[in-house]
Design a protein around this ligand. Structure first.
Ligand code: PDD
Length: 284
């Protein structure tokens, strides 16, 4: 049984509780981060905590733990749960108050919850096989740059895609791909150009994206940050996604149409290797 963190305490998962009035539960009034654990250490921790601060700031919510305490807490969860490889989920909600659209007073403490998920990240069947994605309209709220727990639309779309035999969805607005249900989206053209949508309120500012783009630049590969269309995606040589738990995973078909030769592409494989190697070097 896991040990989880709730508001400063480490508890067995079946003894951990939060209020039914918690605003994360009633309003989706909460933000989160997912940090990968590799070899019992944390990947990209500072970057995740910087984004957490930004998400909270965008929602006028306070961060009631400093970065050192958050780091100590993440490490404590890794140790107590003996996690070698997996992820730490951290969620901060605006706390518990009687149901009201109006935010509670600033004195209401936030609810801080964290738990571990043990799973293979490096050696996974999906990384080898590649993902099949279906395209759906991006009907999420238009602040996808804030990492809120309002994930119902993406969760519904992914679940329906699964029933239809796909692994995930790519979301598109006005015919242009925004991102995946829980990852950033990229294509590689037959000229070897890597294309991904630029940062805006339309997409989550992925930590994996940020690091991967810097490695791509260091390698001197061709990179363009611009929106790409559904047609371009289907005509691409390769496609892939990035996230903290997937790293870099190939997309082998879109709406049932094979991308390139229908296998994980060579650029995708190389970028996955580069990302994993660089990340392993910088664990804390
Ligand atoms: N998802 N876009 C969306 C909508 C996401 O939910 C995520 C992350 C990403 C990739 O961001 P990062 O590289 O920082 O993980 C992009 C996490 C992993 C999740 O919800 O489980």
């Amino acid at each position: 049984m896991r040990t989880v963190f709730v508001n400063g305490e480490y508890l067995k998962e079946n003894e951990a509780n939060i209020s039914i009035f918690d605003r994360g539960f009633l309003f989706g009034d909460a933000v989160y981060e997912v940090t990968a654990v590799l070899g019992g250490k944390l990947a990209e921790f500072d970057n995740h905590m910087n984004r957490l601060k930004r998400s909270l700031g965008e929602l006028d919510m306070a961060l009631e733990m400093d970065k050192d305490s958050l780091l100590a807490m993440h490490r404590e969860l890794v140790v107590r749960n003996n996690i070698e490889e997996g992820a730490i989920y951290l969620q901060i909600s605006r706390g518990a108050a009687d149901r009201d659209f109006l935010f509670p007073s600033d004195e209401t403490p936030t609810t801080i919850v964290a738990f571990t998920q043990e799973k293979s990240l490096i050696d996974t069947p999906l990384a080898k096989r590649g993902m099949k994605v279906n395209l759906v309209e991006d009907l999420r709220w238009q602040r996808s740059d804030i990492k809120t727990v309002q994930l119902l639309y993406s969760s519904l779309m992914k679940s329906r895609a699964h029933k239809a035999g796909a692994d995930d969805v790519w979301l598109a607005r006005d015919g242009m791909v925004t991102e995946g249900s829980s990852n950033n989206a990229y294509i590689v053209t037959y000229d070897g150009e890597i294309i991904t949508r630029p940062l805006s309120t339309d997409i989550l500012h992925g930590i994996t994206r940020q690091s991967l783009l810097s490695y791509i630049q260091k390698e001197g590969l061709k990179l363009t940050e611009r929106a790409f269309s559904i047609e371009e995606a289907k005509a691409a040589k390769e496609a892939f996604v990035t996230s903290a738990s997937a790293f870099v995973i190939g997309v082998i078909s879109i709406d049932g149409e094979a991308i390139g030769d229908g296998k994980v592409g060579s650029m995708t494989k190389a970028l996955r290797e580069i990302y994993i190697n660089e990340t392993l070097k910088a664990l804390i």
